[in-house]
Unconditional design. Structure first.
Length: 320
């Protein structure tokens, strides 16, 4: 599959397929917001080490049959890029996200991560030939409004968490936002520049590097998060880590990489809205409650924001 320039509008077929891949990635990535609640007795270091050790092991098994031919197509520079992408988009991001969920809750974390489309789209608007930012303003405003609606209750009603804990969660969520923005931009540009490695192979190589990074997290988790756990709790952590590795890291990343080769960067940013929407859905199911009016308004903003962005990319650029 050939890649498209980052900033030129995609053909209609590529655009539709890219949006479908983005929605699938968001549905799977939304699960990572619930995982810290499923294993609340474990800290962010343990969660990240478990998830990415499983991801790395799965990637190793899948890449082994093609390794002889693949290694000759990956340069030293690309290995360096994979290291930083794995750190920004996986290891560091999930450490911060897990800490944000456990200290600030799912809703507030979804609020902050919901600003990813704004950050990525603003960066993408500087690319040569990008859709003018003025045409993206309605979509950006809807994104911001939707994100504010999602986290409104969490910010207005702190709940049981202490203010210091809430502030720590907010700081971790902002850090996760910055980390994943760097990954989304860097990964899209790396995929667009190189043709000798497929999107699936790039995902597997990212998994290998992330798995190697997880080995460094294990001693840190043992030293700093050494609370006692029973056998059934360790079994639950193993099951959740494996499930998140398969669904979010392996399949979700594969969908995202395919999307990144089909859509311009300004539209890639909008696709992150699907993760925010699904995170809210899963959070409501976890809390066993119906959405509030503010949350329902957020869904409307998410849908209108994506449709507005699609319309901006569909309109031909003005001549002259």
């Amino acid at each position: 599959m050939s890649s498209l320039p980052l900033s030129t509008p995609s053909p209609a077929g590529h655009r539709s397929a890219g949006v479908a891949y983005g929605a699938a990635a968001g549905a799977l990535w939304g699960l990572v917001f619930v995982a810290p609640e499923l294993v609340g007795g474990f800290g962010p270091l343990q969660l990240s080490a478990g998830r990415y050790f499983c991801y790395g092991l799965l990637a190793l098994l899948l890449v082994a049959p093609r390794w002889r031919g693949l290694r000759t197509r990956v340069s030293r520079r690309q290995w360096g890029q994979l290291f930083w992408l794995a750190l920004a988009g996986n290891t560091l991001y999930y450490l911060l996200l897990s800490a944000a969920v456990q200290n600030g809750g799912i809703a507030m974390t979804a609020l902050v991560i919901g600003f990813l489309p704004v950050a990525v789209t603003l960066i993408g608007s500087r690319d040569q030939g990008a859709v003018p930012l003025r045409r993206m303003l309605p979509s950006l405003l809807l994104c911001a409004l939707g994100a504010l609606c999602i986290g409104w209750q969490a910010l207005a009603h702190p709940g049981a968490q202490a203010s210091g804990q809430k502030l720590l969660g907010l700081a971790c969520a902002v850090g996760a936002l910055l980390s994943w923005t760097a990954f989304a931009v860097g990964n899209a540009r790396c995929l667009a520049r190189q043709q000798q490695v497929s999107a699936h192979e790039w995902n597997l190589l990212t998994g290998l590097v992330t798995g190697a990074q997880s080995l460094l997290l294990i001693p840190l988790a043992w030293a700093f998060e050494n609370a006692q756990h029973g056998a059934h709790e360790w079994a639950r952590l193993a099951a959740v880590s494996l499930a998140v590795a398969v669904l979010a890291s392996l399949l979700g990343n594969a969908f995202w990489n395919r999307m990144s080769r089909l859509l311009p960067l300004t539209l890639v940013g909008q696709m992150i809205l699907f993760e925010t929407a699904f995170a809210l859905i899963y959070g409501l199911l976890w809390e066993q409650r119906a959405p509030t009016p503010a949350e329902m308004a957020a869904f409307g903003c998410v849908v209108l924001g994506v449709l507005s962005c699609l319309a901006a990319h569909r309109r031909p650029a003005a001549i002259g």
